[in-house]
Write a protein that binds this ligand. Structure first.
Ligand code: NAI
Length: 349
């Protein structure tokens, strides 16, 4: 699969990381739709993941990729493969930690024309992105005995809580629910909810607040996801809950995401590199296109460039119309290939 061509006009620079598996396919489609919306972006291609090694880089996450994201402050990223069990550690964990992209925001919404178990789901998962078991600090302390260290710090817990409440207020949302397991992990999850409570009580009393033990929360979520608004969770719970919620609104093809830090942001879909369908041209690019819409909205606010908001709105209307017309990829019951779907959106812009 050829990589997307770098464009060269003088405009807002964005790093494009195709990634592995279906990554290059969905990245090409997303770039095509974003460019066609009139968003004035100069894409610079950088590699990460197995694709970096294949391109002759020595590291899975080359320093040149990190440096350019730090310089531009924004990237659109395809998924990167992480092997199960043995092998290298996660490129995603490293990227988020190195650039201190501490907050993942993952909107989960029912989409017009997408068949799913529920209608009217509209929630957002705010996931702490740098700590917890997901950080992967593991040891084999003796033969046949392994440990995994769960880290929770007061500073990171307060920072993500503040982000979640601010996100809620800025978007006119109503309520933040913390998912936790503080009945068992009394110190780490105990600290996480104590910080959330304190931040709420000190600065966000206009926002409703509650807490739910993660196992019961899973049951309530599958029973009725429409009851939830903004969910705040530590890293691993947020990761698992994202895929669970994706399944409630039509799957991984329709769930976008953003990794946000103080100095920049990397936008990527919730899904992975989908090796089972990679290279076949059938992957649904919509989740990455929706991540691109989040990126345009973010650019519009952070760079004070309202033109990006118009482009984001045009793309959103285009995919709403396409889905309502029954124009979809295979995962959503349609028959279009990845680029055919992108072209169908461009026709509706
Ligand atoms: P996955 O999300 O790649 O795939 C799960 C299932 O959903 C597969 O059946 C796949 O075909 C389907 N699927 C996913 N995205 C799709 C799309 N856009 N269109 C149509 N179908 C889609 O999860 P899996 O298989 O657990 O992970 C594969 C690799 O991706 C692993 O190495 C994992 O570590 C990595 N991964 C990377 C992420 C990232 O870079 N942000 C996130 C999640 C997983």
């Amino acid at each position: 699969m050829p990589l997307p061509i770098e464009s060269s006009s003088m405009s807002t620079p964005v790093v494009l990381i195709p990634g592995d598996g279906i990554g290059p396919e969905v990245a090409e489609a997303a770039q095509h739709v974003i460019d066609a919306s009139g968003a004035d972006i100069t894409w610079t291609l950088r590699h990460a993941g197995e694709a970096a090694l294949a391109a002759g880089e020595k590291q899975l996450l080359p320093q040149s990729t990190l440096d350019l994201i730090a310089e531009y402050g924004v990237a659109l990223k395809g998924p990167c493969t992480t092997p199960i069990g043995s092998g290298f550690r996660s490129v995603n964990v490293l990227l988020r930690k190195t650039l201190d992209l501490y907050a993942a925001a993952r909107p989960i919404r029912s989409m017009p024309g997408v068949k799913s178990r529920y209608e009217d789901v509209d929630l957002v998962i705010i996931r702490e992105n740098t700590e917890g078991l997901y950080a992967g600090i593991e040891n084999e302390i003796a033969k046949g005995v392994t440990t995994s260290i769960k880290v929770a710090t007061e500073s990171a817990s307060r920072r993500i809580a503040d982000y979640a409440f601010r996100y809620c207020r800025e978007r006119g949302r109503r309520k933040v629910t913390v998912f936790h397991k503080a009945n068992i992990m009394k110190l780490t999850d105990g600290l996480f909810i104590r910080c959330a409570r304190e931040i709420h009580d000190a600065s966000y009393q206009d926002i409703e607040y509650d807490e739910m033990i993660i196992d019961a929360a899973c049951m309530r979520m599958v029973q009725d996801p429409t009851k939830f608004d903004v969910i705040l969770a530590e890293n691993l719970y947020g990761d698992i809950m994202s895929d669970l919620c994706a399944g409630l609104v039509g799957g991984l093809g329709v769930t976008p995401g953003a990794n946000i830090g103080e100095k920049g942001a990397v936008f990527e879909a919730v899904h992975g590199s989908a090796p089972d369908i990679a290279g076949k041209g059938v992957a649904n690019p919509l989740a990455l296109i929706m991540s691109g819409v989040m990126m345009l909205n973010w650019l519009s606010v952070r760079r004070a460039e309202p033109r990006f908001k118009d482009c984001a709105t045009r793309i959103r209307h285009a995919y709403d119309r396409a889905l309502a017309d029954g124009v979809t990829t295979r995962d959503l019951g349609g028959s279009l290939g990845t680029m055919d779907f992108a072209r169908a959106l461009v026709e509706r812009l």
